[in-house]
Write a protein that binds this ligand. Structure first.
Ligand SMILES: NC(=O)c1ccc[n+]([C@@H]2O[C@H](COP(=O)([O-])OP(=O)(O)OC[C@H]3O[C@@H](n4cnc5c(N)ncnc54)[C@H](O)[C@@H]3O)[C@@H](O)[C@H]2O)c1
Length: 318
């Protein structure tokens, strides 16, 4: 298959490209490099089935039509992903995440291309269900980022219902691993790992009892590739998570063994915080036969090794 990956120079996109190549597909990577880094694809550029990175924007409908011509599927990951940025500047998140998604869908409709839309678990309302959050759980967009993803999901599914276009929505839970940004509003694992390696304090926002279901990025990429080509996933929303959550306090203690280095600070946007994020992953198991393969301990160790190597080599850590 020939697959277009948008947001390919970003954190998860980079791993989706690698997984697709490993499965024998041809990949056209697209990214506007607003957040992504060409260097994230450096280890893959010599692969014979990787086409050169196209620096382009998913808001450009004409460009989307060109990329999708001759493609069998598109994994649409390009997005503005920062909750805080979406609160400060909702227009930019709306343009990238809603308008960009619509342009991809329109191009896919023209060419009959399969579409996988990358949503997020941030769309869900508060939940304390012991079995975790299932796809049927109510959504409550607590930030313009979450609202833009809900809109993107609705558009994606409407193209299935209205036109019969094979589309799938994936809602990954918090994803972590090598190549994730560790500055600003990067991932909590990346930030904690960098601070720990640099001997600095780990700051927890709020009381640290909020929990996260942490998905290792390679498992996330496997999920995307499984769902992208699954007829059973067509027209569906699927959660991607492990089914096990960990509190931010527990996570900090796993990353940093010196308890004196862990401090608490008031939350910057408490209104957008979700207290318990634990995935009910049973539907994905049933539809795709997908299960996580990497434990939290293994994933944290792999992330630490990767970051330590980059820091030791004097390379820039994103
Ligand atoms: N990281 C997580 O924990 C997580 C969890 C759930 C869902 N997601 C979703 O997964 C996807 C990838 O997230 P990520 O963590 O890799 O983020 P990322 O910021 O590393 O990747 C997004 C990429 O999209 C690119 N991009 C942004 N706007 C664009 C545009 N208009 N045109 C072309 N490219 C554009 C950026 O340059 C970046 O490389 C996003 O859709 C995000 O919402 C991420």
């Amino acid at each position: 298959m020939r697959v277009v990956v948008t947001g390919a120079a970003g954190f998860i996109g980079r791993w989706v490209v690698a997984e697709l190549l490993e499965r024998g597909h041809t990949v056209l990577p697209v990214d506007n490099l607003s957040q992504g880094d060409r260097g994230n694809l450096a280890a893959l550029v010599d692969h014979p089935h990787l086409e050169p990175l196209v620096v382009g924007d998913v808001r450009d409908g004409e460009a989307c039509r060109e990329w999708l011509a001759g493609a069998d599927a598109v994994a649409h990951l390009a997005a503005s992903i920062s909750v805080q940025d979406s609160i400060d500047n909702p227009a930019e998140t709306f343009d990238n995440d809603v308008v960009g998604t619509f342009r991809i869908l329109e191009a896919a409709r023209e060419h009959g291309t399969r579409v996988l839309f990358m949503s997020t678990c941030m769309v869900y309302d508060l939940a304390i269900a012991p079995e975790g959050i299932a796809e049927t759980h109510p959504v409550k967009p607590a930030s313009p980022y979450a609202a833009s993803k809900v809109a993107g999901e609705a558009l994606t599914l409407s193209f299935f219902h209205a036109y019969g276009l094979p589309t799938t929505v994936v809602r990954p839970f918090n994803t972590y691993g090598p190549f994730q940004r560790s500055v600003g509003e990067g991932g909590v694992v990346a930030i904690f790992t960098r601070l720990s390696l640099q001997g600095e304090q780990l700051r927890i926002y709020g009381d640290g009892t909020q929990t996260r279901d942490l998905l290792y990025v390679r498992d996330c990429a496997r999920f995307v590739c499984d769902a992208l080509f699954s007829d059973g996933a067509t027209g569906k929303i699927l959660n991607a998570g492990t089914g096990v959550d960990v509190s931010v306090n527990e996570l900090a203690a796993l990353v940093e063994t010196d308890a004196s280095k862990i401090v608490h600070a008031p939350h910057i946007h408490p209104q957008s915080e979700i207290a318990v994020l634990r995935c009910d992953a049973r539907l994905a198991d049933k539809v795709l036969g997908w299960r996580p393969q990497v434990s939290l301990a293994e994933g944290l160790a792999a992330t630490r090794v990767w970051m330590a190597e980059r820091l030791a080599a004097g390379e820039r850590v994103p």
